[in-house]
Design a protein around this ligand. Structure first.
Ligand SMILES: Cc1ncc(C[n+]2csc(CCOP(=O)(O)OP(=O)(O)O)c2C)c(N)n1
Ligand SMILES: CC(=O)[C@@H](O)[C@H](O)COP(=O)(O)O
Ligand SMILES: [Mg+2]
Length: 636
């Protein structure tokens, strides 16, 4: 028998359904999301929480003519399923498959690409005012979570939108969760506003707009439940210029649909506050929305299981352990995360050092300057932040940290290709955008042990240092227990090409920055090349570099970051400054965005696995590689 969901190939099909069938459709949709994500992995608890909201939005609004902009966009699997991509969900976040976030190139219903949080209101306002300017009667709807609401950019947009005349609706999807529990002074402010004035206001607003509303005592119960949540007070939004409506039950189609129908006919900026549950409808995710925020594959019948064989330590775990060990040694250490406690490995640190742990919410700009403030008073802040999310705090890094030369350690997780999350989350640019800043240093550990050692090296400095390391596990080397630092700014020769007289200027040297050291060593065995583990993109170990350049006919630079402006560029700049002319082949990430997929496969496709490195070097320096004679192929 054909399921109801199988009859929906686009929202027009949905809008043809009688309203009485929407509950059954939502139930099927939720089951489909759970089944699909359990097979592919991906974001789960946020998607389970937006099933009814998604059905109601596509039912009430004339999508894609009316625009939906999903903040972060990790919660758009129901949206993708209802907009013609149901059959492709099996390809989620795989090479050539569906993105885990909305992408304009993927569907006309994905009106704006998201993934970094808190952009939706700005984008939707742009769409609303464009429609106004073009004389189009079009709605623009931003759906933003309570976590995403904590970012300054969201308030910048609210501040602007509240006085704009466009057909803009902002929907706050308040499930009282970020990835981890939400943080911020707003919660305290909300608690104060939950009684008295706000409660009365909410009650009155409820009567005005809602027809089929949950009984008011249910509303009161929810308001009490969310005293600590992110139920932002109507007064705040009205002061911004919005007509605030809610909070309403975001799982009740009989509340959602009449409310949205009403709002469609209202003029001026509208703000609808819906209350949902992260993980709704799947008990294990309801009980632990953090664990089910972004799970791998699992059996829904039994839920997430601990891996039978202990997996190799990840760089994140190495960082988390180092942070605790260094905190024990140095009371000045404080740990900061912008809403990524689990992802950055600070769970244990928070337990052991709650007074020195700061989760500032999704507020990367603030996290950088906050760290600078701590450092200006003699503390030693370690800011754990994904490379890609540091992009949000770039001006603060220059203006508040580097110019004042404050000793902040930037622990940059997810450096390089991340894989499933795709181009928006790649940590591809940090070497390029950091090494050009005076006072900044950039360490590139080759493995987990060097990561621990270089974190200590960074922590010992009296100026800002970034230590970059990739998502997942490394080479699996033994990790020493102590807190020994590696020499600041110094690299090492890891392999010497054999068969050449020591003083001969022969063969190729591969100059590596970071974890590509290991595939480089593999390639070097085949090429009989020298391998240099530089460890630092800045300061460059120029002495070592010039020594190696003098001893070889050609150099290859290798990094898991953008070639343009990256570490390889630092090498060519240094050779040029020293008046050394040698052919240099720069290997790294090309000048294009690399889509989602398995990270190992993506790196191979970029020629950054051992075979690819060997091939690139052979193609460029064939004569050198084949015979070792000094004849150099003319360097194009
Ligand atoms: C700028 C930025 N920082 C951090 C993240 C990581 N991140 C993804 S989802 C999320 C929590 C979002 O919470 P909320 O908006 O409430 O959505 P929910 O998951 O509760 O549906 C975070 C911190 C991000 N995507 N973008
Ligand atoms: C949606 C979002 O931005 C985060 O959930 C991100 O996907 C986490 O990435 P990791 O899985 O690498 O921690
Ligand atoms: Mg939330």
């Amino acid at each position: 028998m054909t399921s109801l969901l199988e009859t929906i190939n686009d929202p027009a099909d949905l809008r043809r359904l009688p309203r009485t069938q929407l509950r059954a459709l939502a139930d099927e949709l939720r089951a489909y999301v759970l089944d699909s994500v359990s097979k592919t992995g991906g974001h789960l608890s946020s998607n389970l929480g937006t099933v009814e909201l998604t059905v109601a939005l596509h039912y009430v609004f004339n999508t894609p003519y009316d625009r939906l902009v999903w903040d972060v966009g990790h919660q758009t699997y129901p949206h993708k399923i209802l907009t013609g991509r149901r059959e492709r969900m099996g390809s989620l976040r795989q090479l050539g498959g569906l993105s885990g976030f909305p992408q304009r190139a993927e569907s006309e219903y994905d009106t704006f690409g998201t993934a970094h949080s808190s952009t939706s209101i700005s984008a939707a306002l742009g769409m609303a005012l464009a429609a106004k300017q073009k004389g189009e009667d079009r709605h623009a709807v931003a759906i933003i979570g309570d976590g995403a609401m904590s970012a300054g950019m969201a308030f910048e947009a609210l501040n602007n939108a509240g006085v704009a005349e466009g057909n803009l609706l902002v929907i706050l999807n308040d499930n009282d969760m970020s990835i981890s529990p939400p943080v911020g002074a707003l919660n305290r402010y909300l608690a104060q506003l939950m009684s008295g004035h706000f409660y009365d206001a909410a009650k009155n607003v409820g009567k005005q707009v809602l027809r089929a509303a949950p009984p008011l005592f249910e509303l009161a119960k929810r308001l009490e439940q969310h005293a600590k949540g992110m139920v932002l007070p109507a007064t705040l939004f009205e002061q911004f210029g919005f007509n605030y409506i809610g909070p309403i039950d975001g799982h009740d189609l009989d509340a959602l649909i009449p409310t949205l129908e009403n709002i469609k006919h209202l003029k001026g900026p509208q703000f609808l506050h819906v209350v949902t549950k992260k993980g709704q409808g799947y008990k294990l995710a309801e009980a632990d929305p953090v664990a089910y925020h972004g799970p791998g594959k699992f059996d829904p019948a039994i839920g997430l299981q601990k891996p039978s064989t202990p997996a190799r330590q990840t760089f994140t775990q190495v960082f988390g352990q180092w942070l605790c060990d260094m905190a024990e040694k140095d009371p000045r250490l404080v740990g900061i995360t912008p809403a990524m406690r689990e992802g950055s490995g600070l769970v244990e640190f928070e337990k052991r050092y709650p007074g020195r742990y700061y989760d500032v919410g999704i507020a990367e700009q603030h996290s950088v300057t906050f760290a600078a403030g701590l450092a200006s008073e003699g503390l030693k802040p370690v800011l754990a932040i994904y490379s890609t999310f540091l992009q949000r705090g770039y001006d603060q890094l220059i203006h508040d940290v580097a110019i004042q030369n404050l000793p902040v350690v930037f622990a940059l997780d997810r450096a390089g290709i991340v894989g499933a999350d795709g181009a928006t989350h790649a940590g591809a640019y940090d070497i390029a955008f950091l090494r050009c800043i005076p006072n900044m240093s950039v360490a590139c550990p080759a493995d987990e042990n060097e990561c621990r050692q270089l974190l200590t090296s960074a922590f010992e400095q009296d100026h800002p240092v970034a230590v970059r390391y990739p998502r997942g596990a490394g080479a699996g080397v033994a990790i020493e227990a102590g807190l020994r630092a590696l020499p600041f700014g110094k690299g090492e020769i890891r392999r010497v090409a054999t068969g050449h007289p020591a003083d001969a200027c022969k063969g190729i040297a591969i100059v590596v920055f970071g974890t590509l050291l290991y595939p480089a060593l593999q390639a070097a065995e085949k090429l009989n090349a020298t391998v240099v583990n530089m460890r630092w993109a800045k300061p460059l170990d120029t002495r070592l570099l010039l020594q190696v350049a003098a001893g070889h006919e050609a150099l290859v630079t290798l990094e898991d970051g953008a070639i343009m402006g990256g570490a390889g560029s630092a090498v060519t700049e240094a050779l040029n400054a020293a008046g050394v002319t040698k052919p240099v082949l720069q290997l790294g990430l090309p000048d294009k965005f690399i889509e989602h997929g398995d990270p190992v496969r993506l790196m191979a496709l970029q020629g950054l696995d051992a075979a690819g490195i060997e091939k690139s070097i052979t193609n460029r320096f064939s004569a050198l590689v084949m015979t070792g004679r000094p004849a150099l192929k003319s360097v194009a």
